[in-house]
Design a protein around this ligand. Structure first.
Ligand code: ADP
Ligand code: MG
Length: 352
């Protein structure tokens, strides 16, 4: 009889253990890393349908890549550039149209610090390519004449766009990854994924719910002046929010001791010389387009620089938090970013 009780007890314990593991315990995350949009993308998802969600997301990223780059048959940007100046309206994918609508709004409020018509300047400098060079003054003036966000026209009725002058072209390099992060988040939602991390390089990270251990996701922010790529400025805990970082260390070349990097000031046509070396923006997931906005804002705020960038952020909704690191490694923050920042490395201090 005692043996029977013992056996029943063991069975009960086993059943309880299984219930705990499958019912209350956390499922194994699905994680995939792919190279898309010129970036190492890592998608992590937890949930019954995580595998399908991640697979569909990768297909979606490849689609966005096709739409948002200047090359490829399906490229709206190529069609727009080819028709620039001839007056024709070009029908756009609704996704591209949406990116441009949001983009124009931020060009307006940043007074042109953010400008997707910087295409000819991006092309001229070629930073990050093997054709990178310092252009002549004439080349700069010519390229600058082909830029200007007011010369990009959008028609919300027909979702068409046109570029007013010949030689104009768009560059979505500072916004497309953020948009893509938003799209992956929507796919995760459709598949009932509440916990996950969408990582499109430092440029765009979207954290959903909890990490695989049940805590907030912890995202390290790179030290902008350390040779060691693993060295951190600090760490931010993130849940249901998008985070982007831009810096002059990402893509640059040096000539005669000057660093020429990939964040251009549309007003001068040159790499922004604003005093910022990196900036990080966190946008709460309650705001629509959180990923896209965090991505484009890092570029805009970098161009504006530490002081102006901080003032600019201060005027945005409080769901937008940000930090700018200057050349002396002093940090300026907006809307309580300093409270989110942990494990600040000793090289950095908060500006007065
Ligand atoms: P990444 O994360 O790929 O390094 P960022 O988010 O930092 O990119 O944005 C920089 C990219 O945005 C540049 O490579 C260029 O394509 C584009 N860009 C550069 N300057 C501007 C600007 N002032 N406005 C809009 N886009 C810009
Ligand atoms: Mg950006």
């Amino acid at each position: 009889m005692r043996k029977l009780w013992l056996a029943a007890g063991i069975v009960l314990l086993l059943v309880m253990g299984t219930v705990l593991l499958t019912g209350c315990g956390r499922k194994e995350p699905v994680q995939k890393t792919v190279m898309v949009m010129d970036t190492v993308v890592t998608l992590t998802a937890v949930g019954e349908k995580a595998d399908a969600a991640v697979r569909e997301s990768i297909v979606r990223l490849q689609e966005i890549d096709g739409m948002a780059s200047l090359h490829g048959e399906n490229s709206d940007l190529k069609k727009l550039a080819d028709a620039a100046g001839n007056g024709a309206w070009i029908p756009l994918h609704p996704e591209v149209f949406h990116m441009l609508e949001v983009s124009q709004e931020y060009s307006r409020i940043s007074d042109g610090a953010w400008d997707v018509t910087a295409g000819p300047l991006v092309e001229l400098w070629g930073i990050g390519t093997d054709k990178a060079k310092v252009p002549t003054e004439t080349e700069l003036a010519q390229a600058k004449a082909k830029t200007g966000w007011q010369k990009l026209e959008l028609d919300p009725e027909t979702k068409c766009a046109r570029l007013r002058e010949p030689g104009m072209s768009l560059d979505l390099g500072g916004i497309a990854k953020g948009f893509a992060a938003d799209e992956v988040r929507k796919i995760y939602e459709q598949y009932g994924i509440r916990d996950g991390l969408i990582n499109l390089g430092a440029s765009s990270i979207y954290a959903l719910g909890k990490n695989t251990k049940g805590g907030s996701w912890r995202v390290g922010i790179r030290h902008p002046r350390s040779e060691d790529k693993e060295s951190r400025l600090g760490v931010v805990e993130l849940s249901n929010a998008a985070l982007s970082t831009s810096g002059d260390y990402e893509r640059f070349f040096e000539q005669a001791g000057v660093r020429y990097h990939h964040i251009l000031d549309p007003r001068t046509g040159r790499p922004a010389n604003s005093g910022a070396v990196s900036d990080t923006i966190v946008v709460d997931g309650s705001l629509p387009d959180a990923g896209m906005i965090s991505d484009l804002l890092t570029t805009a705020v970098f161009v504006l620089g530490p002081e102006e960038g901080k003032a600019f952020l201060g005027k945005l909704p409080t769901e937008v938090r940000g930090m700018i690191c200057d050349r002396r490694l002093q940090l300026r923050t907006a809307h309580g970013f300093d409270e989110m920042l942990q494990q600040v490395q000793q090289d950095f201090s908060l500006a007065e």
